[in-house]
Each structure stands twice: as C-alpha cells, then as structure tokens.
Design a protein around this ligand. Structure first.
Ligand SMILES: *Cc1c(COP(=O)(O)O)cnc(C)c1O
Length: 482
C-alpha cells in the first residue's frame, strides 16, 4: 500500500475513515459494558472541543507552552486533593494507567537504587489481582513480580500472604482500589502498616477506583480507606480517562513527597540537540488530553460527578440483583464499586458472551487465574443505565442459550492440534493451522469466540501468552492487498 499520489478531498478522507468503523462495536448507544466511559453528549462536546483546541500544542516544552504547566499543575492538584493528599503530595499527568504504573515502578526502583544499593535484583509483591500493567512494568524495568494468592472468597489481597512473600530484595508492595477484575478494594490500611514495618514502598492502584470511590462513599457505600490518609501509602495511580470521563490519554501518578518523585524525572543534556526534560515517558506529546481532562473536571464538577456516580451505583445495584436472579450465574466476590464479574458452575460463560454479542451487547471475557474462575466482566458506566432491564432480559435468554451450547458435544480438533504442538516454540504454519481450526483466517476473528476463549482458558498462562504473541505478530502484518 502506498499513499495516494495526489491528496484526496476532505470529504473523501473523512468518509473513508468513517466507513472503516463499520465493524467496530458501536458504543455510543450505551450497549457496550467495558472500555468506554461516556458522561453524555453535553460533557462530551466540551471535552472534545477542549481536546481539539490543544491538539497540536506540544506538551514537551512548558517553557514554550506555559499553559501546559498551568493545566498540569491544576489537574494534578485536583487529583491530589481528591485522594486526601496534603501540601507535600506531588504528581504528574500521564497518558494512561499503564504509564502511571510504569513510572511508579521505575521511581520505586530508582529510589531504592540510591537508598539500598545492595539490592541487585529488586522484587515487587503483587496480589494475583494486581493489574497486568505491573507485570509489564516489571518486564520493561527488571523488577521481578512475586505473585501471591488473594482471599479465595472476597478476592481481596491477603495481607499474611503478602507478608510471607517479602524478602531482603523486596522494594515494592501493591494494593488495588479497586481491582479491575472483581472491583474490590484491598485492605490498604493493613498493607500500609506492613509497608511501614518493613520500610517498603506501597503503591495503591487507583486507576479505576481512585476517582469514583469517594463519590460512592458519599452516596452511602461502605468503602475501606485507600488514599493518602492511610499511613504507609507511598504513591497512587489514578486514571482520569475512566470514571473522570476525560478523553483517552489521561491519568495521574501521585507521590507522598517531591523527594520521591525526583526519581521519576529524566533529563538528558548529553547530545547535540535541545536538552530533554521529561518527567514522564513521552517527549513530544499533544496537550489535547491534558486540556480535555481539565475541561472534564471543570465542566462536570463535583456535583455533576456525584450525580453520575448515583446513576452508575443505581444501575449496578439493579444489574447485580438481576444477575443473581438468573439461574446458573453467580457474582464473584462482593464488588465495592460498579465493576461486576460473574461466572457459572453449570455452563460455559464464554457462550454467554457470544450470545450477548448476537443480541447487540459487548461484555468482556476474563480467563481463569489462581482461584478466580473464568468469568464475564462488566464496567458499568452512565450510558448503560437506561439499558439495565433490556440487558438483563437478554442476559437471561443468552444464559439459556449458552446452557444448550455447553451441553452439546464440542469439536475437539483444536484441542487435539494444541496437544500435538508439544511445548516448544510455535512455527508460523502451525499457528496458521490452529487459527483455521478456530475459525479465524488470520485477518480477523471468528463470530463466535467461546471455543477460542475456552481453549486459552485451559492452557497454562505462559502458553497463552506465547500463542498470542505469535498471533499478533501475524495479525499486524503490513502486507499489501492483492
Ligand atoms: C485500566 C486499569 C489500569 C491500566 O490503565 P490503562 O489506562 O488501560 O493503561 C491499571 N489498573 C487498573 C486497576 C485499571 O483498571
């Protein structure tokens, strides 16, 4: 593929782009129960306009764009105050939860390199519910994740298990508020005590819950303490592009003191070009996400967020009760917020996902891992609320259909092919064969995913990872259309 020799017309460009979306999930109608956070048309318009008006301003250089410095300081100050931070709490605006977590792990690592240079192979203790971004950070940064089980009933971090996993090389302990998979808050005060006792860094992952939990508490939910008011909490990540409804590309990373944050900042004067001063990962970056986050916080405002939280909380209560009333389904743990995971002991829940897709809904599969059975995840957001009853009616039907599909004999050819692979590396032709058996031709995914999901669920996670690396390496291939 080459670019057109002569530029296309504006209309042709824009309509081509729009046409590419035909196969995407249509989230604007509110039938998508993950990935999207929609505060409604009025707020969205303001957020989009703010984003576009700062689209090409370069947040790389706050000396050329002082507005960027002001916007970042105001957004981060709001975030710090929201999480009980005092005057000494500082932070940075980042592109997302993953970047915030990457920076927290890097900053903890570099802080310990200075304070405890005898540690050569640093470790971080992760409850199995900690977000994959910590594994990714460990992978990028050379900090070894040490996984510990969580309470099998509540899915909250087990403080005794965390304590047992601490070694002389431990630099970091992680708790979530809330965890993505089950939507529960870990026992942060007990983790804080443990961190203080052992002189460890405690990071609280508030990417999902940091912004919304305080509103749920104001609405009457009993929410355990998780923020800077808890002694021992060192840093907190909080996304704005989730339940603060900012445009995507908006998160914050906060530290208890500037002395800690110092280890995050990167400066390079050892080349012939402009001196690079990068507090975060990116260098040249659009100021759009920052302006959009500022716009969301100021347009929606505290009362607006409380009202959105009320809608989400009401919808969550209805959906939870509805799921519990459907024979064969059960909710995992007791969600503290508006994230709900449900599973089944009687049928293959991956069929429920396919059946819901046929009925026009998107819900998200989560594979089983360490005592958390394979399940379906919902991140409930305001535009889902008006659909709650229709969603539950379809979920009930989809569950019945899934029960019939689960009872029917499956096709074992894919399973046999996987078993025949052995445990070595996977050659491209072997992968192609697997994909054909799974109903995918290599350029897209099959309509029904239950077979693939069930298989991935049955494999050791390392094998699943290996297969997906090969698959993606093939999927994103820039071959020309013939
Ligand atoms: C979403 C999420 C992340 C990762 O954030 P991204 O913005 O997707 O990079 C990390 N932790 C939790 C708990 C999350 O929900």
């Amino acid at each position: 593929m080459a670019m057109p020799k002569r530029g296309m017309s504006k209309d042709a460009v824009l309509s081509a782009l729009e046409s590419f979306r035909a196969g995407d999930m249509s989230w604007r109608d509110g039938r998508c129960w993950a990935y999207v956070y929609d505060p409604g048309p009025e707020a969205s318009e303001v957020i989009e306009r703010a984003y576009l008006s700062f689209l090409s301003d370069n947040a790389l250089d706050f000396s050329a764009f002082p507005s960027v410095l002001r916007l970042e300081n105001e957004v981060v100050a709001i975030a710090a105050a929201h999480l009980g931070g005092d005057e000494s709490v500082v932070g940075s605006f980042t592109s997302g939860g993953t970047e915030s977590i990457l920076l927290a792990v890097k900053t903890a690592r570099d802080y310990h390199r200075e304070k405890r240079p005898e540690i050569r192979e640093p470790e971080m203790v992760l409850p199995v519910t900690a977000h994959a971004a910590f594994h990714k950070a460990g992978h990028y940064l050379g900090v070894e994740p040490v996984l510990v089980p969580v309470d099998p009933r509540t899915f909250r971090a087990d403080v005794d298990e965390v304590r047992r996993a601490i070694t002389k090389d431990t630099i970091l302990v992680v708790g979530s508020a809330v965890s993505y998979a089950h939507g529960v808050v870990d026992p942060i005060p007990a983790l804080g005590e443990l961190a203080l006792e052992h002189g460890l860094w405690l990071h609280v992952d508030g990417c999902m819950g940091g912004f919304l939990l305080p509103y749920f508490r104001r609405l009457g939910a009993v929410i355990p303490d998780f923020d800077f008011r808890v002694p021992g909490v060192t840093s907190i990540s909080m996304d704005l592009h989730k339940y603060a409804f900012a445009a995507k590309g908006a998160s914050t990373i906060l530290y208890r003191t500037p002395e800690l944050r110092r280890h995050q900042i990167y400066v390079c004067a050892q080349w012939t070009g402009y001196t690079v001063v990068n507090p975060t990962v990116q260098s040249t970056k659009s100021a759009g996400p920052l302006a959009a986050a500022w716009a969301a916080l100021h347009f929606i405002g505290d009362e607006g967020y409380l009202e959105l939280a009320r809608r989400m909380r009401d919808a969550t209560q209805r959906v939870r009760a509805g799921i519990e009333a459907i024979p064969g389904l059960r909710i995992l743990g007791n969600p503290d917020m508006n994230l709900v995971a449900f599973t089944s002991d009687e049928l293959n829940v991956f069929h429920v996902i396919d059946e819901m897709k046929r009925r026009g809904w998107y819900i998200q599969p989560q594979l089983g891992f360490h005592g958390s059975k394979e399940n379906v995840h919902l991140s409930i957001q305001p535009s889902n609320a008006r659909w709650a009853d229709a969603f539950l009616a379809d979920l009930s039907e989809a569950t019945l259909a899934a029960r019939a599909l689960s009872a029917a004999a499956g096709d074992d050819s894919l399973r046999d092919a996987l078993a025949a692979l052995g445990s070595g590396p996977i050659a491209p032709e072997q992968l192609a064969g697997l994909l054909r058996l799974a109903g995918a031709d290599g350029s897209g995914l099959p309509e029904r995913m239950a077979g693939i999901n069930a298989l991935l669920n049955s494999l050791p996670p390392e094998r699943t990872e290996q297969i997906l690396v090969e698959y993606v390496n093939q999927l994103f291939r820039q071959r020309s259309e013939s």
